[in-house]
Design a protein around this ligand. Sequence first.
Ligand code: FES
Length: 147
Amino acid sequence: MSCDKSCEKHGGRRTFCRACIGAMTAASAAMVGYPVASFVASQPSRIGEGKPLEVPLDQLVQGQARYETYRGLQVIILNTPDGPLVFSASCPHLGCAVNWVSTESLFRCPCHGAVFNPDGSIVSGPVNEPLRPIPFEVKDGKIIISV
Ligand code: FES
């Protein structure tokens, strides 16, 4: 016995297949969309509005990183023996926040394993750009970020 492919048996299978394809498409879009949205949200266009970030130098510990939020961007202030450095905490690969590991004196990205030196240069990982430096000035005993 044959059917015209619109019977209950074939219609149910088709509906199931369509639901599976829809779910896989939505999952794929989320897997690509989240990292891209994170990366775009951390770009320099977020800088340029609002008041400066001021951090007193005497609040910084040698060899330690301090995380601050400046105009929607997470920044890292690293107090090195040569003076402070400021970077975007956003990994240049896909935008995850990098961690300062003081015992190794390295930045490590928890997402895909990128590793950066204290000056932001690349040690290893799936990146082709260093950590993005954030311009700052030192004035009256404070680090001032106002760009
Ligand atoms: S987001 Fe940092 S290594 Fe991929």
